[in-house]
Ligand binder design. Structure first.
Ligand code: COA
Length: 256
């Protein structure tokens, strides 16, 4: 891959967006590579948790590539927008948790990529924002759809219409960042969370994420029905037998 660095290690799949000269801005090639890389990690049995970050110590992703967008007409913008949305859906629908290690600017498309991730860990220098309106455009990779679900409509309305940029601490206060840590501890914090996840049953993790995701589209009754079926389905798996039996036998479950 031209713009990404990939590494797998002890259950982790690390993806680094590597376009530091442009603060990891996303042109259509980077979008398509990221989509493929996440799919590759999902298909890799050795990977249980994916960590996504940007190269360098300044930016996670400073947005969709503004220089590329300047050349687009409406038709090209539609293709670009749809490709970006597809990539965010690949991340969001991953059965393996995707942790965003937000190591600097997460603006526009960068913020939207982090929104599609299941967990966001920010370094103290991280900056989040949806500054699209400053450019006369709107978020096109899910910002108007996912941000309100994470921080609430009132805050999303303000962030998107003012285009203001917020600190990691403010992102933490509004529930956008799960944790804020010094930059040199960012990867360790992501690994600490990942290691806890890796001890658990992969099917149970995938089903949990799926049920949480589905809850946004269903009434409480339908959501509960969906959840209880997923709960019951797991009882047909060896993983669930192992988890329950290990407790009864007073030993650690061995899921992987
Ligand atoms: N698209 C394309 N190139 C970008 C970019 C983007 N979203 N963000 C940064 N870059 C490029 C800059 O053009 C510059 O390239 P150059 O040296 O060839 O001119 C390089 O990355 C470094 O950025 P620079 O602006 O010099 O760094 P800075 O530290 O002064 O400012 C930011 C950092 C993030 C505040 C600033 O780059 C910025 O506002 N970027 C755009 C953010 C944005 O609006 N994103 C949403 C897009 S929808």
């Amino acid at each position: 891959m031209r713009y990404l660095l990939l590494e797998t290690y002890k259950g982790f799949g690390f993806i680094t967006i590597n376009r530091p000269d442009s603060l990891n801005a996303m042109n259509s090639d980077v979008v398509s590579e990221l989509d493929s890389a996440v799919q590759q990690m999902i298909a890799d049995d050795a990977v249980g948790v994916i960590v996504l970050t940007g190269s360098g110590d300044k930016a996670f992703v400073a947005g969709a590539d503004i220089k590329a967008m300047q050349q687009m007409d409406s038709e090209k913008a539609l293709v670009f927008g749809k490709a970006g949305q597809k990539m965010t859906l690949t991340i969001e629908n991953s059965p393996k948790p995707v942790i965003a290690a937000v190591n600097g600017f997460a603006l526009g498309g960068g913020c939207e990529i982090s929104l599609a991730c299941h967990i966001r860990v920010a370094s103290e220098n991280a900056v989040f924002g949806q500054p699209e309106v400053l450019l006369g455009i709107i978020p096109g990779w899910g910002g108007t759809q996912r941000l309100p679900k994470i921080v609430g409509t009132g805050i999303a309305n303000e962030l998107i219409t003012t285009g203001s940029q917020i600190s990691a601490q403010e992102a933490h206060r509004i529930g956008l960042a799960n944790h804020v840590v010094p930059q040199e501890e960012l990867m360790d914090k992501c690994k600490e969370i990942g290691k806890m996840i890796l001890k658990n049953g992969p099917n149970a993790i995938a089903k949990s994420l799926n049920c949480i995701h589905e809850s946004f589209h269903k009434s409480i009754e339908d959501g509960l029905k969906y959840e209880v079926n997923a709960f019951a389905d797991l009882f047909e798996t060896e993983e669930t037998r192992e988890g329950l039996t290990a407790f009864v036998e007073k030993r650690k479950a061995n899921f992987r």
